[in-house]
Design a protein around this ligand. Structure first.
Ligand code: UDP
Length: 461
């Protein structure tokens, strides 16, 4: 019997693997077989057995030594470029020996743009997936325009300091905050621009479809500008009443029991995704700021590179906050954000965290760290008005007073909460039958089931 088989290839970072794993689950629950690529040393668990048995995890080497730092973008990207195309080709050839199961579609992360060339070389249909906002993908797709208009130079470095608006219905963007300018040092930014962004653009151009973890209602401007981009979000395990899969770290579920004991709408949830790093003095200010709010808080402090927490709490801190503060090293975040006790989310505004907060009507305090998080903060604070920014002082620190006063402002003023509830309703509506995200996803599933036949490349809208 012919099996429809899709190869799914995430960039090996937490915020890329989780939504692609969720997309993979949608495919397997519709009878499509998925081979999901892990890189060694960033192997993820599927958290629950796939009831259909259609999800197959395959690990390929990332070309780095076990002890090397996978947060070193230059090293990781160059290494992936060296090993990935050949390894994928070998893998596909070996899978395709069984004609009934041959791979007819590849879904590649935009950040693994080199995969597009493998798909083209092997004559396999391609969808490119964007784990960031549609506005971010629009920015990538507009790079040639930015080069032509001398907004950036050939290394992605901004040449102008005026705000850029890609269309009148899109958020204004500050070139100094373009994603590739906010990664690390100049050399890192350049490698990210030349490899991830330029190849991401190519992968977007040659793909049959670009799938975005977003909704038409959240980002109408971006989707209208590039109708090839199809909103299929929000892709969340909680939409299926299932546990999130694809975690790099073990979730500490004791925080859910702790949340059960807190009053409704009282808890500040504090989490900064998988990359954010603080200085010790910034960590101290955050600790004191949370203490000053006098509210219960759930704070995720991710293990450091050595497997332990790299930060030291101020003396006597844990005794002072007692049971009012719950600290975990990794939370079941989607479950946390659905919990009625959560009042607001202090977040770095990674796109997944943003979508998860939006989908649960939770207002934000935004503390962007790098990459596209500044753009996402613009959406939250300026466009959707579902949150407030935490502002750094002259020394680049978000002070304890700033944290206390913004928490008070956010929670006393009903506007952000109300806007968050309205936005939640709109975002979730798009998953209803007949609405854009639902329609695009089911169209995509139909196209996959047509194998290599020509599929109509059009948006549901
Ligand atoms: N996450 C989680 N537990 C945590 C912190 C984060 O499960 O304690 C998940 C979160 O739900 C999100 C992902 O990790 O799906 C982080 O992605 P995001 O785009 O927000 O940030 P990044 O890690 O890419 O900076």
């Amino acid at each position: 019997m012919k099996i429809f088989h899709v190869l799914v290839i995430p960039y090996p970072a937490q915020g890329h693997v989780i939504p692609l794993m969720e997309l993979a689950r949608r495919l397997t629950s519709n009878g499509i077989k998925v081979t999901f690529i892990n890189t060694e040393y960033r192997v993820v668990s599927t958290s629950e057995n796939d009831p259909s048995d259609l999800l197959q995890m395959v690990s390929v080497p990332d070309g780095m030594e076990p002890w090397e730092d996978r947060n070193d973008f230059i090293r990781l990207i160059e290494s992936l470029y060296q090993v990935m195309p050949t390894k994928l080709e070998e893998l596909i050839k070996s899978i395709n020996k069984n004609e009934d199961e041959n791979i007819t579609w590849i879904i590649t992360d935009y950040a693994m743009g080199m995969v597009a060339r493998v798909a083209q070389k092997m004559g396999i249909r391609l969808a490119t997936f964007c784990s960031g906002s549609a506005a971010f993908m629009t920015l990538i797709m507009s790079v040639q325009k930015l080069l032509d208009n001398e907004v950036i130079d050939s290394n992605g470095v901004p040449l102008k300091d005026e705000m850029v608006q890609l269309s009148t219905t899109m958020p204004p963007m500050d070139p100094a905050k373009f994603t590739w300018v906010c990664i690390g040092d100049t050399a890192t930014n350049e490698v990210v621009f030349r490899k991830i962004i330029l190849d991401g653009k190519e992968a977007g151009e040659v793909a049959d479809h670009i799938l975005c973890n977003s909704t038409m209602e959240l980002e109408p401007g971006a989707f209208t500008l590039f109708p090839k981009m199809l909103p299929v979000g929000p892709l969340l395990a909680t939409n299926r009443l299932k546990k999130q899969a694809g975690q790099f770290w073990k979730e500490d579920s004791t925080c859910v029991t702790w949340l059960d004991q807190q009053p409704v709408c009282s808890v500040i949830y504090v989490a900064f995704g998988s990359f954010t790093v603080f200085t010790q003095s910034q960590f101290d200010e955050l600790a004191f700021g949370l203490e000053l709010t006098n509210k219960p808080f759930l704070w995720v402090i991710r293990p450091g590179v050595n497997g332990s927490t790299d930060y030291v709490f101020p003396t006597g801190y844990m005794n002072k906050v007692g049971n009012r503060g719950k600290i975990v090293s990794w939370a079941p975040q989607q479950e946390v954000l659905t919990h009625p006790s959560v009042a607001c989310f202090i977040s770095h505004c990674g796109w997944n965290s943003t979508m998860e907060g939006v989908s649960n009507g939770v207002p934000f305090l935004c503390w962007p760290y790098f990459a596209d998080q500044f753009l996402n903060t613009t959406y939250v604070c300026d466009i959707w008005k579902t949150g407030l920014p935490l502002i750094k002082d002259d020394l680049g620190i978000v002070t304890r007073e700033e944290i206390k006063s913004k928490v008070e402002k956010l929670l006393s003023d009903n506007i952000a909460k109300q806007s968050a509830s309205n936005l939640q309703e709109k975002a979730m509506e798009s998953l209803q039958a007949g609405n854009p995200s639902n329609k695009n996803l089911s169209n995509f599933i139909d196209w996959v089931k047509q194998g290599n036949d020509n599929a109509p490349a059009k948006n549901a809208f």
